[in-house]
Design a protein around this ligand. Sequence first.
Ligand SMILES: *Cc1c(COP(=O)(O)O)cnc(C)c1O
Length: 341
Amino acid sequence: MSLDLRSDTLTKPTKAMLEAMFSAEVGDDVFGNDPTVNALETKVANMFGMEASLFCASGTMTNQIAVKVHTGSGTEVICDQLSHIYLYEGGGVAQNAHASLKLLQGNKGRLTAEMVKGGINNPDDIHQPLTRLVSLENTMNKGGGAIYDFAEIEKIKAVCVENNLALHLDGARLFNALVETKETSLQYGQVFDSISICLSKGLGCPVGSLILGSADFIKKCKRVRKSFGGGWRQAGYLAASGIYALDHHVDRLKEDHQKAKLILEMLGNCNFVEELYPADTNIVIFELNESYQVAEFIQALAQKDVHVVHFGGKLIRMVTHLDIPFESLETLRTVLKSIEK
Ligand SMILES: *Cc1c(COP(=O)(O)O)cnc(C)c1O
């Protein structure tokens, strides 16, 4: 049995999701005429208590559009050095928004209000770019799916209000955080000026992300999306998968987290592990010790049809998802033991 733990983007639509897609009513979304896209955008906006949302092709696109609308030439975005917007979006912030990034060193990718405060440039000093935006990520991918403390987010918001900064959330895996904490999507909607969520990660859709914000903000985003080549037509087929996923695949994220905890426990007993990250949600990160080189380790697993990714240094990442059934984890246990040296 093949076990593909490289990413939670690898899931294929379930039969029920495909049926929802096949039966979707569609139209041309560039004309605003796709009823299923409109229904998804309204549904998501209501979930967060925000005025509007915009359905886009990817989480990179939603982040990039949001950053571009919030910022501009000569401005700066405060974020953690492990942020997706910095590491994994092709230098898009420089290309698209012509803004610079102030990279801070948080705890597993999470900033504090104190750090944010210290990262704000003096607006009266002409040497420095104008700080305009703070971008947080929850859960934090490169931090091992780490969850933000909501009370700290509220403190960061207060710093933003005091300094006239916008606050953006890269919530590609926000639902993974929400099912583990007592906070609701409505609370997130109250704190952030814009939120990006992904449907194609743990929620199991083939494609799709949304940006949320005020009606005026989303209107600007729509213009930028068009210029990015992201205006699409009968996108309702994809939007239907999103509506299905939001109705059926949110609560089950807890199962992915249980699977990650099981993997964590297995790795705790393996002699090639130097250090384990906590695995708060569906992402397991560990550091290899001297017994293996990274490429050799990945190859040893691949030969047993188990697939993982290199995550910098001697770090390896495994992600649980819809297409990793609990039963398959017994296979994983055997494989991990078999490659010990
Ligand atoms: C996956 C991901 C995104 C978006 O990635 P796309 O592949 O462009 O959809 C954004 N932020 C984080 C933290 C992610 O993990």
